[in-house]
Ligand binder design. Structure first.
Ligand code: GSH
Length: 214
């Protein structure tokens, strides 16, 4: 039996981060499909969000809390380094990506393509055009952030990078953000290098279905 059972679906960026975290640490895991608000998701997350995990008799939701737990329970490379400054910088980038950036890059830009609310089901052009300046500005911020060491925090691959890679996996394929990332000085090399990691290659999601909408 797998040590950690993950409830979620791979097209969910947050679920993928937890699966990648297990891969990076060498934790034996099993992914049990559970869309948001399904009974399994709701049994672990009080707000029905994914991912959730079960480890023995312990259940936990929220990707960042799960990463912290995996670090404290399992050996393997640290997802959130112990060093005070590097650990805090890791948390800083997780928060920044998960709040303003997730809102613009994922909930608005990506979702306007994959889950448009338009009458004809076509990408929501108005929403895309409206958020594009913010998308471009955030990509510039990220380009600068990885310029120095090739990582978001310190000089190793942390949960902050895992968290961002999950989103870049989508953005590199969209018509405006893809070419914009390709033109960046540092972010494009960062993406290519980290996309070659087994944890990324082993977790490429299938296209999301409507019920997996986050
Ligand atoms: N803060 C949560 C966010 C999880 C989250 O938003 N997951 C999405 C799927 S990627 C979801 O369950 N969405 C359903 C909803 O927004 O109600 C985490 O870090 O795990």
């Amino acid at each position: 039996m797998a040590s950690v059972e993950i409830f979620g679906v791979l097209p969910s960026t947050y679920t993928r981060t937890v699966v990648m975290a297990c891969e990076e640490k060498g934790v034996d895991y099993k992914l049990t499909p559970a869309p948001p608000h399904s009974p399994r998701a709701a049994a672990i997350s009080p707000v029905g969000r994914i991912p959730g995990i079960r480890h023995g008799d312990f259940e936990l939701c929220e990707s960042n809390a799960i990463a912290l737990y995996l670090d404290r329970v399992f050996p393997g490379p640290k997802l959130i380094p112990d060093d005070a400054r590097i650990g805090a910088l890791t948390e800083q980038w997780i928060s920044m990506v998960n709040t303003p950036m997730d809102q613009a890059l994922v909930r608005t830009y990506l979702f306007s393509y994959i889950f448009p609310k338009t009458a004809d089901g076509k990408p929501d052009r108005a929403a895309i055009d409206g958020v594009l300046p913010t998308v471009m500005q955030q990509l510039e911020v990220l380009d600068k952030a990885v310029a120095k060491t090739g990582y978001l925090a310190g000089d190793s691959y942390t949960f902050a990078d895992i968290n961002l890679m999950s989103i870049l996996g989508y953005l590199t394929k969209l018509p405006e953000s893809g070419p914009a990332i390709a033109k960046t000085k540092h972010l494009s090399a960062y993406y290519e290098r980290n996309a070659a990691r087994p944890s990324f290659k082993n977790t490429v999601p299938p296209p999301p279905s409507e019920e997996e909408r986050g």
